[in-house]
Write a protein that binds this ligand. Structure first.
Ligand SMILES: C[S@@+](CC[C@H](N)C(=O)[O-])C[C@H]1O[C@@H](n2cnc3c(N)ncnc32)[C@H](O)[C@@H]1O
Length: 186
């Protein structure tokens, strides 16, 4: 009987993670084979802050933070996810991460949050202080997300996994299991 309950709970969690009714952008992690290429596109040495919009369980953001830590960088990592279970998993991962003092986990809706305030708090406004956004979201939400990033009016790099931003011209397209699109703004 307890096994049946456990299986039922697992089923509910799976539905919760992958259902588009729960979140219009369901949880699918970035393919692990593409992570090194994605991190290379982030150009962490120039990034003051990296924001993963819809970070899931932190697959990409923690791998990037590993890299920053190895390089002795002080890059701030912001992992945003609307799903409380995924945000909770990321809080646990953060607690054991060597770069943890530079990692911020936000359990919130990315479209309702003021990234301008967050950026102004942590990143001095200088031309060379680049903010990098990582997105792996449904193409339907890309225009809205791109507008939100553009409105910040900050020197920005966007690395988009799987789906291109049709409203902008990529600086580079990298082949992988899925394509990686890199955009520079300002
Ligand atoms: C395709 S997954 C990508 C996960 C992670 N970035 C990765 O590449 O492994 C999209 C994530 O966006 C999150 N999400 C969907 N809508 C969101 C919103 N409005 N604000 C914040 N996160 C959202 C989902 O919960 C899901 O974890």
């Amino acid at each position: 009987m307890p096994i049946a309950i456990l299986l039922f709970l697992l089923f509910l969690i799976t539905v919760y993670f992958f259902s588009s009714k729960v979140s219009p952008i369901p949880y699918y992690p970035t393919n692990s084979k593409d992570i090194d290429k994605i991190i290379s596109e982030m150009d962490l040495k120039k990034a003051k802050m990296l924001i993963d919009l819809g970070a899931g369980d932190g697959t990409v953001v923690f791998a990037a933070a590993d890299q920053a830590h190895k390089l002795g960088l002080e890059t701030i990592f912001v992992a945003v996810d609307v799903n409380p279970i995924l945000a909770w998993i990321m809080q646990i991962r953060k607690a054991f991460h060597p770069h943890k003092k530079y990692i911020i986990i936000l359990n919130t809706d990315m479209y309702l949050y003021s990234f301008k305030d967050l950026i102004n708090k942590y990143v001095p406004s200088q031309k060379n202080n680049k903010i990098v956004f990582y997105i792996y979201i449904s193409p339907v939400y890309i225009p809205r997300t791109f507008e939100m990033i553009k409105k910040l009016k900050k020197p920005t790099r966007i690395v988009s996994y799987f789906y291109p931003i049709h409203e902008a011209k990529p600086k580079k397209t990298t082949a992988g299991i899925h394509e990686i699109f890199t955009y520079d703004l300002n």
